[in-house]
Design a protein around this ligand. Structure first.
Ligand code: ATP
Ligand code: MG
Length: 662
């Protein structure tokens, strides 16, 4: 017991407690789902603080922004002291934080822009347009799409493999374009730098580069972080893993927790070898196991254990249930077709809520986002509140991106993507005029990105714009000027106010039919902006929230605790609900048809791990449903067969529910 009064022994079991009070040094906790890894990590942080450790010396890395927030909130509940100096967040957010301090060392300014996927695409298209690529004629149709290029580049960055290798092994279908692909890559890299912009991968790669190249900075951060803690370590990729190693340095005060059976991000370069061979890199590592499961009733846990057992590549571990038996046996529910499946799920959800469950106790999980469509419609029809982790997220919507482009342009005048987005908002300005304006802009002093421009209008007003755009252009120039105050940037919420009043309100009214709705969004954004003094921090936060990690909170209007969660399994990692519905459990849907076609054993095992992640989210009740037919199948396959994952589950572990056409 420390000064905080936390009774660690009451809060934790012996295995968990051993982890929490272990001596500093490399430590690996490898344990199954629901065994309290995340809880243990949180208590470890509390314990360090309890021992008098300075919060500023602790770095806590997690997989999603939401998880990071929750862990910090939990620590704050445990410990009454101020933990704001503690660094916690996703790899991307920590990378961003480091880069904002030292971007100059890499030839960027601190106000660099962060490109999200749409921005990346826009830039990539521009680059392709300008390159003298021989992609003409009939062949041009087959030149890889921008999405494919982004995937290739991203995989190469995250795995530290060459473009040649990535294309050869993972994208052989585009191998004939290898020279052109590399040339696009070179130009894309150069263009980002010219534009003082980084994409998400850069937030990792450039941080790594910074620390590799600058000994002084490396030792600065190694000295700063006396403790590095990482959750969900099984899903780290090469760059993330290297980054951890660099930050940890010789002191080796690293604690990682994870479950190899839940490694599900190899398609994004994650490498479960990082966890399986941890002891090779850190031979002195203490390895801890936790063998009890606190989350699920034994009925669910048994099924989970059976589900993962056939996988060959895994660390030996068995989970015992702590909770009492006698709960509902997991339901296996075949349904006539996808609409019946949706009806069943929605009706059962209504019943459960009628019995007193909160909507937020319930989740519907699926392999792919499109599989949620019928269920969304059915829940909407029945007025059951739900939130969903897919689709256009709040920060990715056009109007939100428009206003952030305006701010970004002021902060980083070299940001081509934002400049063009802004230019295209003007009447009579199309791609060509936008290109011309950009050329004029990037050639002038302001376009070179002097740190904080005093005034935009004198220069911008000399540019030639179409007659139709004259008034709006003038208005825009004056508005941009308002965003700069006394040689510094205005506060984020003031910027948004000026933008709305100056140009954007009119634009919104003229351009969108749901004006009211969008205006509310901007006002909500303004409120959010109130929490920031520094516009750079505000912008980074916006970008990071729309980042790849799929943060479930961001696109809902309702409060978290009032709605049913609809989520892909990938984005449900680490979370738990009393009741879980796993839908579309049919062969070709889950496991995914493409994986079955390739016959690739590793990919198949990853699908099975995904299945394991799904079933282990349930605390009390688990429903496994599948449609027996799929009338709208695009492959033309009408009959559906239950998922082969179910073959591994003994009959007595599920109870078949017969609910056909009512
Ligand atoms: P996952 O692999 O899914 O990320 P995990 O190992 O991180 O799971 P947690 O989410 O930390 O597991 O814990 C699962 C649940 O069990 C949580 O509700 C947690 O509060 C509870 N729990 C864990 N350990 C204990 C304990 N010693 N006493 C009481 N409850 C516990
Ligand atoms: Mg966890």
């Amino acid at each position: 017991q420390g000064i905080s009064g936390i009774d660690y022994e009451a809060e934790l079991n012996a295995q968990q407690y051993a982890v929490v009070r272990s001596k500093p040094g490399p430590a690996l906790v490898i344990a199954g789902a629901g065994s309290g890894k995340t809880r243990t990590l949180t208590h470890r942080v509390a314990w360090l603080l309890d021992q008098g450790e300075d919060p500023g010396k602790i770095l806590l890395l997690t997989f999603t922004n939401k998880a990071a927030r929750e862990m910090i909130e939990r620590v704050e509940q445990l410990i009454p002291s101020d933990v704001s100096a503690l660094w916690s967040g996703t790899f991307h957010s920590i990378g961003n934080r480091i880069l904002r301090r030292h971007a100059e060392d890499l030839g960027y300014t601190r106000s660099f822009s962060i490109l999200d996927r749409d921005d990346q695409k826009a830039m990539m298209k521009q680059v392709i347009k300008e390159l003298p690529l021989d992609t003409g004629g009939a062949a041009s149709k087959r030149f890889p799409k921008v999405d494919v290029l982004i995937s290739i580049f991203s995989l190469s960055e995250n795995t530290c493999e060459s473009i040649d290798d990535v294309v050869e092994y993972q994208f052989p279908q585009v191998a004939r374009w290898i020279e052109e692909i590399k040339s696009v890559h070179r130009s894309y890299q150069a263009r980002k730098k010219q534009n003082n912009s980084m994409d998400f991968d850069d937030l990792l790669v450039q941080t790594l580069k910074l620390l590799q190249q600058h000994d002084d900075l490396r030792s600065l951060y190694q000295r700063k972080f006396r403790h590095v803690l990482v959750d969900e370590y099984q899903d780290t990729n090469r760059v993330q893993c290297d980054l951890i190693d660099l930050l940890v340095g010789d002191r080796q005060c690293l604690m990682v927790v994870g479950d190899d059976a839940q490694s599900i991000y190899s398609w994004r370069g994650a490498d479960m070898d990082n966890i399986l061979s941890f002891h090779k890199k850190y031979p002195d590592a203490e390895v801890f196991k936790i063998e009890t499961n606190y989350r699920s009733v034994p009925e669910v846990l048994e099924l989970s254990n059976a589900a993962i057992r056939p996988n060959r590549v895994q660390y030996e571990k068995e989970l015992r249930a702590v909770r009492d038996g006698g709960a509902m046996v997991p339901a296996l529910v075949p349904l006539d077709d996808p609409s019946f499946q949706a009806e069943f799920v929605a009706e059962r959800i209504e019943e459960l809520i009628g019995e007193g469950l909160e909507p937020s106790d319930i989740a519907v999980l699926y392999r792919a986002h499109y599989q949620s469509m019928e269920i969304q419609m059915e829940l909407t029809r029945r007025k059951v509140p739900f939130q969903i982790t897919s689709g256009l997220r709040f920060f990715e919507q056009a109007h939100i991106k428009d206003v952030s482009a305006l701010i970004r342009l002021v902060v980083n005048p070299r940001d081509e993507v934002s400049f063009k987005r802004v230019a295209l908002m003007l009447p009579g300005v199309g791609d060509k005029t936008a290109d011309n304006l950009w050329r004029a802009w990037s050639a002038c002093e302001l376009g070179q990105g002097i740190s904080v421009p005093e005034s935009f209008s004198p220069i911008m007003l000399t540019f030639r714009v179409p007659a139709k755009a004259k008034d709006s252009w003038q208005q825009l120039c004056y508005t941009l000027d308002e965003l700069v105050v006394d040689g510094g940037f205005a506060r984020p919420s003031d910027m948004l106010f000026s933008i709305l009043e100056g140009v954007y309100d009119d634009y919104m009214r003229a351009s969108f039919d749901n004006y009211e709705h969008r205006k509310q969004d901007i006002e909500q954004l303004m409120e959010y902006g109130e929490g920031f003094d520094d516009v750079l921090e505000f912008l980074a936060q916006l970008s990071l929230m729309s980042s790849v990690d799929g943060d479930p909170q961001k696109n809902q209007r309702k409060e978290d605790d009032e709605s049913v969660m609809l989520s892909s399994i990938h984005q449900a990692k680490g979370l738990e609900w009393k009741v879980v519905f796993l839908v579309w459990l049919a062969d070709g849907m889950f496991p995914n048809g493409r994986v079955l076609e390739t016959g690739d054993e590793q990919m198949f095992e990853e699908e099975r791990r995904l299945f394991y992640v799904a079933v282990t989210r349930a605390k009390d009740q688990l429903y496994l449903t599948y449609p027996m037919t799929n009338p709208k199948s695009y492959t033309g396959e009408y009959m559906m067969r239950p998922s082969r994952f179910l073959d591994a589950i003994p009959d007595e572990m599920t109870e078949e529910w017969k609910v056909s056409s009512w």
